[in-house]
Write a protein that binds this ligand. Structure first.
Ligand code: MF3
Ligand code: CO
Length: 253
């Protein structure tokens, strides 16, 4: 099960983790420009996280016999969908890049991502990004006590507007660890799946693509790319179910 926030102290730590995540993502967002590399942005992320008394969650993460993840961020350019490893690849005008960041603060993990154009994007890429972002908003809106995981999945999937929905990856419980139960698919049937309760924390992360929604993993065992080389976009926030409106931890209010 996902972490369930049980005390004001736990809520405060989760909020702090999310706020740090938001602040560091804002710095990274500003640093994206032609000529910059993933490794340079990774160094900025490490410095900004440390300066706030937190730790990057991703380094050393090694699920299911994978090599330990080397980065503090995931850096996925154009046809790369998610989990791209920051390296020497230089961003160029017109690229779109997804940057995913995990922050651990006093035992609480926040996970969030955005996709942004480098310089100007084509109107096609821009439309794909705005559609994916709107789907995240719709998923957040559906994340309410009494609703079910399938309601979130349906809310996200209904926003795809003809884009491909990646089925192999999705959102997840988060909080004490980066990946907790339940899995949150990006398409599904309303009324199905686990019922949402106040205090549950979920990372919602729609991923849409312009071509066929088939992916493959590269030999590094991490980078996931679109099989047809098409564009993809990815947005993620860490959200709590409450008695009232969902609380988005990874956004600066
Ligand atoms: N938001 C990504 C996910 O949930 C974070 C992956 S981090 C990595 O899959 F370390 F696994 F790359
Ligand atoms: Co995630």
């Amino acid at each position: 099960m996902s972490v369930v926030i049980k005390s004001p102290d736990e809520l405060e730590r989760m909020r702090q983790s999310g706020r740090i995540n938001a602040e560091v993502r804002a710095v990274l967002h500003d640093a994206v420009r032609p000529g910059v590399t993933g490794l340079e942005l990774d160094a900025i992320a490490r410095r900004e996280i440390a300066a706030r008394g937190a730790e990057p969650t991703f380094p050393g993460y090694a699920p299911g016999g994978r090599p330990p993840y080397p980065g503090a961020i995931c850096f996925s350019v154009n046809e790369e969908l998610v989990h791209g490893i920051p390296g020497d690849r230089v961003l160029r005008e017109g690229d779109i890049v997804s940057i995913d960041l995990g922050v651990t603060y006093r035992g609480f993990v926040s996970d969030a991502a955005f996709t942004v154009a480098v310089g100007g994007a084509s109107s096609r890429a821009e439309h794909l990004m705005r559609t994916t972002e709107a789907a995240l908003e719709s998923g957040i809106h559906a994340a309410r006590a009494g609703a079910r995981i399938g309601d979130i999945a349906h809310a996200i999937g209904s926003c795809a507007n003809g884009y491909g929905i990646i089925a192999e990856y999705g959102g997840h419980g988060v909080g004490r660890k980066m990946h907790e139960e339940p899995h949150v698919p990006n398409r599904g049937l309303p009324g199905r799946g686990l019922r949402l309760k106040p205090g549950m924390v979920l990372a919602l992360e729609p991923m849409f693509c312009s071509g066929r929604p088939a992916t493959k993993e590269l030999a590094d065992r991490w980078t996931v790319v679109m099989e047809d080389g098409g564009l993809s976009a990815h947005f993620e926030e860490t959200v709590a179910i409450t008695d009232d409106e969902p609380e988005v931890f990874t956004r600066i209010a």
